[in-house]
Structures are given as structure tokens and as C-alpha cells.
Ligand binder design. Structure first.
Ligand code: 13P
Ligand code: SF4
Length: 365
């Protein structure tokens, strides 16, 4: 492979316009060797380059189906990890900015989950009685933990189906890292709120009594998304006062009270579909990330649909936002020049176990 690799410093100060020219040139040079996957939350100036777009479930399927040499993932770290886990070693997953993480995914880690499992084992036989379910928004080693302990991965679009599968294996679920998705999933399956207990990883025994653990059907890890927690029931109440004919749709990462006040709850793909199929002239309040809501507002304006963001304050997925024209130009030019940069590589043993839990999910959904 020729010449020394280009450092990011030389791209950091380039104007957006220059970066866009260089992105286009590098893509032309790479041709079919690189495929660009974008999550719906990706900023517009990057989203325009997407070959494939989707929610987390769709993107994990698409990543496993492409045969491109470079999978350039414009999303966050766990998404690029899934792409790596699901593809053979000659395909490389690239994350344009390594700092594009997910703050929710960071709320659980292997050491804390293992400690939780040990503590649960002091009360009951965890491996016989509990199915661990990890939201796809989690590090690969937690997916590996699920693979190892008969557990499974879920996304926001298949969580009830996955939970059904999990209950068919064992009588309880340990759900991490998003308590809100876990609670909404349990509620939609008819599980009472007092049968779902929050496990606080910073407290001994999760802050629960032996009785509470024994009686719980679901243990919900105390984690949340910093973007979706901004949406409040009062935002919906105000909207309904002003627009009694309006509709409310939210992502299941929103708090329970927001979900129960919404007309529809579902993944980003679901939100797009519902608004797309809505009658012209309808008005929508949407509880999910701002880049997606802005895109929907723009796309459906011509049909007379009004799409508005749920929170009065701006809240974006600031980590996904880090993938900007400078970083994209930098990785693509390096790849086109034969330099592999920002590869996301999950250790082999961990990847095999993580794959098991992702494959269980894909088979169930
Ligand atoms: P989706 O499953 O809808 O893609 O959601 C992923 C996510 O991170 C939402 O915050
Ligand atoms: Fe993670 Fe929240 Fe960003 Fe989704 S919106 S990727 S859960 S930080």
C-alpha cells in the first residue's frame, strides 16, 4: 500500500465546501469498494452521501448483506461494531470519528453486568431463571455476554418479539442498558409496572431486596438516552391544547409517561413509515432526534403535513453529530489511497459470541 497516511490535522481546518469536493472525488475513486451506511439521525450534510439508510435493525441486516470491502458507518460506535461482527474479516468496518459513541451504551459495561449477574446468582440461579437481553445500543462485549448466557440482542423495532422469545427460554429478563425501552416493552406485553424493577448498577444488589428480585419479571438496568429523556409529558399536553386534532409519535427510548401519552410509539423506521402513510394536512409532534425530525418536516411539507419537534430546546445526538464532512473526507481519502484508518475491530472470540446473540435476534425478528 503506497505513501504515508494523511493525518486528520490537515483536514480539520478545511472548509465544508472543500471537504465535499474531496468526499466526492474519493468516492469516485473507491467505487463499489466502499459502501456508506447512515443511521436516520445522521446530519443532513453526511446523510446525502448514504448508499443505505435505516434504523438499527435494518442497518444490522444491511451490514451483513453487503459485500463491499469497506463499510463506512455514519452512525455511532456500536453500529460499526455490529457491522464488523456480522461480516467476514476481509470486510472492514470504518467509523469516521472514533469519538462517535452512544452515551446510553456507555451506561452499562461488562464488569458491572458481570457483577449484577453474580449478585443475582446469590438470590437465584441466574443461568436457569434469567434471559439477559441487551439493546443493540451496547458494546460488543455485552452482546458477547448475552451470547454466552443464552441471551439475545434486541432493537427498538423488535423488542416485544425478542422479549417473548426470552420469556419462552426462562421466567425472567435482565434488560440492559435502556430502562425505558425495557419498561415500554414489558408494558406492551401486559407486564405490570410493579413486576418490573430498576436495577441500579451503582448500588449493592442493584438497590433491590431479595424479595423484589424474586418477584420481578423484568429487571431494568438504570440507563437512558440523554436525547430522548429531554421529552416531557408537558410538551405533549401543550401540543394537544393547541392542536386537538394533532398526532403524537415517540421513540420507545422516551420515558414511560411520554410513551403512554403518545398516539404511536416505535423505532425510527416506524416513525418515518407512519408519517409517510398519514393523510395530507395532518400535524405531528415527534419525540425523537432532531436531524430526523427536520428531515421529515422538509420531506412532507409538500403534502401539507406539519412535523414538529417535541422539545422546545434543541437536542441532538451530539455523538453521531461528530461525523462531519472533515472526518468523512479524511477516512475516504485515506481508504482511496490505500490506508486503512479508524477500523472498528472486535476481538475474534468476543465477536463470535456477540454474533450468536445478534443472529438469534435476526432469526426471531
Ligand atoms: P432505532 O432502533 O430506531 O434506530 O433507534 C436507535 C437509537 O439509537 C435511537 O436513539
Ligand atoms: Fe445513543 Fe441516544 Fe444517540 Fe441513540 S440518540 S445513539 S441512544 S445517545
Amino acid at each position: 500500500m503506497p505513501t504515508a497516511h494523511l493525518s486528520f490535522d490537515s483536514f480539520n481546518t478545511l472548509s465544508d465546501e472543500v471537504c465535499h469536493q474531496r468526499i466526492r472525488a474519493a468516492r469516485a475513486k473507491l467505487g463499489q469498494r466502499a459502501v456508506l451506511l447512515c443511521h436516520h439521525y445522521q446530519r443532513a450534510d453526511i446523510y446525502q452521501y448514504a448508499d443505505l439508510t435505516g434504523d438499527s435493525l435494518k442497518l444490522s441486516r444491511l451490514a451483513s448483506q453487503t459485500d463491499a470491502e469497506f463499510i463506512v458507518f455514519c452512525g455511532v460506535h456500536f453500529m460499526a461494531e455490529v457491522a464488523d461482527i456480522m461480516t467476514p474479516p476481509d470486510q472492514k468496518a470504518i467509523l469516521p470519528d472514533l469519538a462517535a459513541g452512544c452515551s446510553m451504551a456507555d451506561m452499562a459495561n461488562r464488569a458491572k453486568v458481570e457483577r449484577c449477574w453474580r449478585e443475582l446468582n446469590d438470590v437465584l440461579n441466574a443461568d436457569e431463571m434469567i434471559t439477559p437481553v441487551t439493546y443493540i445500543n451496547s458494546a460488543a462485549d455485552l452482546k458477547a455476554f448475552c451470547g454466552e448466557h443464552g441471551g439475545i440482542v434486541c432493537t427498538s423495532s423488535n423488542a416485544p418479539k425478542i422479549a417473548q422469545w426470552a420469556f419462552a427460554q426462562r421466567e425472567k429478563i435482565l434488560f440492559f442498558p435502556d430502562q425505558h425501552l425495557g419498561r415500554w416493552t414489558g408494558h406492551s406485553m401486559g407486564i405490570a409496572l410493579d413486576e418490573m424493577k430498576v436495577w441500579d448498577p451503582d448500588l449493592e444488589m442493584g438497590g433491590l431486596s431479595v424479595n423484589e428480585i424474586r418477584q420481578a419479571k423484568m429487571l431494568l438496568w438504570k440507563g437512558h438516552c440523554s436525547v430522548h429523556q429531554m421529552f416531557q409529558p408537558v410538551h405533549i399536553e401543550k401540543f394537544r391544547e393547541q392542536h386537538p386534532d394533532g398526532w403524537v409519535i415517540s421513540h420507545p427510548e422516551c420515558r414511560f409517561e411520554v410513551c403512554t401519552k403518545s398516539d404511536y410509539v416505535g423505532s425510527t423506521d416506524y416513525i418515518i413509515q407512519v408519517i409517510k402513510e398519514a393523510k395530507p394536512g395532518t400535524r405531528w409532534l415527534v419525540g425523537t432526534e432532531l436531524n430526523l425530525v427536520n428531515r421529515l418536516a422538509e420531506e412532507f411539507k409538500s403534502e401539507g403535513k406539519v412535523v414538529q419537534f417535541m422539545s422546545p430546546t434543541v437536542c441532538m445526538c451530539s455523538t453521531m453529530q461528530r461525523i462531519d464532512p472533515q472526518h468523512l473526507a479524511w477516512v475516504l481519502e485515506n481508504l482511496a489511497d490505500g490506508h486503512l484508518v479508524n477500523q472498528i475491530k472486535v476481538p475474534e472470540h468476543e465477536a463470535a459470541l456477540a454474533k450468536l446473540s445478534v443472529e438469534r435476534m435476526l432469526a426471531v425478528s
